[in-house]
Design a binder for this molecule. Sequence first.
Ligand code: NDP
Length: 390
Amino acid sequence: MRRVSIFGATGSIGQNTIDLIRRDPDAYDVIALTGGRNIAQLARDAIEMRADIAVTAFDELLPELTAALAGTGVVAAAGEAALLEAGARPADWIMSAIVGAAGLAPGLEALKQGASLALANKESLVCAGALVLETARQNNARLLPVDSEHSAVFQALVGEDISAVERIVITASGGAFRDWPLEALRNATLEQASSHPNWDMGQRITIDSASMFNKALEVIETREYFGVSPRQIEVIVHPESLIHALVGFKDGALMAHLGAPDMRHAIGYALHWPDRRDLPVSRLDLAQVSQLNFRAPEHARYPALRLAYAVMERGGLSGAVFNAAKEQALDAFIAGQIGFLDMAGIVEDVLTRMETQPGLIDAAMTLDNVMHTDQMARHYAVEAIKQRAG
Ligand code: NDP
């Protein structure tokens, strides 16, 4: 039996992972499930999966979780230390699907014990790519991409040498506002930004798709994961979301990965890697698809992309600044404090402000320095949000 843990089990990726595991319960020994505020879901899944331990990230929710698990044999735990402890519990395969920078530290614990880490939490690589990769290398742990674009590139590279790669093209649906007049974006509402044309995902990543902050994070993730230079990474708007990524080789060949927009493909590939197993995803009927469309992303519509390239050029801890400022700006948009277009402005303000402080961005990439930079960026973002809101 393979020992598996799922961080962020109550979220969209976590639930899709559980769906795959549920189909073959005898193959897996579930060690730890973690969640946040959705205690009912966490308890239900932990009992069904016979997990050893269920962890909520929030201390104040421990009594509720303990009560829900009473008499079931599943241990209840809460808080940051318990999340780290869950990461350190011996397991063969761990899904990293906490949303945001909060996923970084538990993921590092998983790598330290040498587990294979299926990385949906792209923020880990954006904030601390070198640290994550080095921790994996030192502990002989494997990182398996779960973002559909990165899974697609990973699959296109099987049997290939990365030095033969000329470019990596990742596709973007263009999000909820791809066809809106630019002037209308200023007044885009939370509800409008929270609906994705093709994918069914968590609310935060759906809004990040409308702003292309999600694609911006993925561009940085591509650089970190595959070690290519920023100029080798291209983004193309592909409204059908059927091609997830393409890899261009030195001989001019372009290998595309196609599939229905269903995260269970990428999750299943990471779960069964290096094998391919039958997965419950629909098969494409190309005659019915009939055509695939592409267009270059408009820079005025998606300023987040320009910022991502600036962050990659700058390097150091600027990815942690970018992500933290983005998370704060997104919270403020969700809370109705700022408009849709303010998010990119706030992130740019924070990047500029922190850039000018000597030694900050160029500090060594340790977990402490990353978290310190993250906290500072959040603080500056809150100030920038107040300015814009006020
Ligand atoms: P969701 O918002 O659906 O789920 C997030 C998970 O993290 C939930 O289990 C949530 O708990 C938990 N959580 C929230 N806050 C914290 C915290 N502070 N500490 C610990 N746990 C917390 O997100 P998604 O599943 O959509 O995304 C998860 C990750 O996967 C993100 O990094 C995202 O970018 C990435 N990803 C998602 C894709 C998708 O299709 N959804 C596609 C590719 C990548 P609770 O709900 O109980 O509060």
